[in-house]
Design a protein around this ligand. Structure first.
Ligand code: PMP
Length: 372
């Protein structure tokens, strides 16, 4: 909740570029069906909860000491997971982890962006890219997309050549549209970014486990300025854990050491993430169920008469509404919280359990009838 006393705020000697701005703020409302923040609707399975308790108890016995600063065991297991699922061998030296992929992205911008430097993203996309840029003093450039929300490659190449950004963000699958990016597109933008000046290309794959396409992980081979960013918040159903990671050339992993806070990943976090990785197969089973539900949402929404953007994520962008905020409110009045990302005419719904999705579809059906 924002402080109502804005005058005290105005007096604070905050940085000029933060003055009058709004923080990241997806509403956290207590309604029966919450499909607004792309969380996994399935609680962790009980055997995993028990294993977390065990591993955390073990960690608790050494909490008088600082944790492993380099999180070697965790990075080794993440590398094993990526190697197994990403069709590309990855070693511990290629992997870095932090408190959510938001922190990974922040460390990347602290290292490769910063004052006097710029980053570009192709919008609409994940709003935190621009916010983290602002927080790190990195200039932000809003790049274009096609009307169908795919990246306009020629326009993007032109924007990169013109602005010569230091960091290029490519979100695949993209949030909030659900759109996956083809490997060819990433390669074209990587080439454009290296031709303009050597710059870092970050592929944010927070939702890739839900995609019809493979991860772009193999592209890091021979491309030292390409970074793949991932998270345990979505596919692993562990948004509350706060564990994100990246895969890249070992030099990138070395470089972020310059800005990471010492002991940034608590022993409790490392123990919990390691327990979750032991249960990867079960958790990926939930991902399969969610993919089927996501596909059902796409089909049923189209049946109801909505426009729907093809989705490779655990959420679906649907519309088009004369006023998306009014539509958001009407759906909320029926007990279902979806997300208004400020894309005119469109809303975003996260794939929930079959029951939650049914409740959502009923709400939209009623809304569409009202609008007839
Ligand atoms: N990238 C994208 C595209 C996202 O949508 C999100 C979460 N909404 C994140 C990164 C950050 O997730 P986390 O910090 O939980 O890893």
């Amino acid at each position: 909740t924002p402080n109502p006393d804005r005058s005290a705020w105005d007096e604070l000697p905050v940085r000029d570029e933060l003055r009058g701005k709004s923080p990241y703020g997806a509403p956290q409302l207590d309604v029966p069906v919450q499909l607004n923040t792309n969380e996994n609707p399935y609680p962790l399975p009980e055997p995993l909860v028990a294993r977390i308790a065990e591993r955390v108890a073990e960690a608790a016995r050494t909490l008088n000491r600082y944790p492993d600063r380099d999180a070697v065991e965790l990075r080794t297991e993440l590398a094993r997971y990526l190697t197994r699922t990403g069709k590309h061998p990855v070693a511990v030296e290629n992997v870095w982890a932090a408190n959510g992929s938001n922190e990974v992205l922040q460390q990347l911008l602290q290292t490769f962006g910063g004052p006097g430097r710029t980053a570009i993203g192709f919008e609409p996309s994940y709003s935190m890219h621009a916010l983290i840029a602002r927080g790190t003093g990195t200039g932000w450039i809003s790049g274009p997309r096609n009307d169908d929300f795919t990246i306009d490659v020629a326009a993007a190449e032109q924007a990169i050549a013109g602005h010569r950004p230091d960091v290029v963000f490519i979100t695949s699958p993209n949030n909030p549209t659900g759109t996956a990016v083809a490997a060819d597109t990433v390669l074209a933008l990587y080439e454009a970014a290296q031709a303009a000046k050597p710059s870092l290309v970050v592929v944010d794959e927070a939702y890739v486990e839900f995609s019809h396409r493979d991860s772009l992980l193999p592209l890091i081979e021979g491309r030292p300025n390409l970074v793949i960013s991932r998270t345990m918040s979505k596919a692993f159903g562990a948004a509350g854990l706060r564990l994100g990671y990246l895969a890249a050339h070992p030099a990138v992993v070395d470089a972020v050491q310059l800005v990471r806070l010492p002991y940034h990943l608590s022993a409790v976090t490392q123990a919990t993430a390691l327990a979750a990785l032991e249960h990867t197969d079960t958790l990926l089973g939930y991902v399969e169920q969610l993919k089927a539900e996501r596909d059902r949402l796409v089909t049923e929404l189209r049946g109801i008469g909505c426009e729907v953007t093809d989705s490779d994520a655990n959420f679906v962008q649907f519309g088009k509404f004369p006023d998306s905020h009014v539509a958001w409110r009407r759906i909320l009045d029926r007990g279902v919280l979806v997300r208004d990302n400020g894309v005119p005419g469109w809303l975003r719904v996260t794939a929930g359990t079959p029951e939650e999705n049914d409740a959502f579809l009923d709400a939209v059906r009623e809304l569409m009838k009202e609008q007839e």
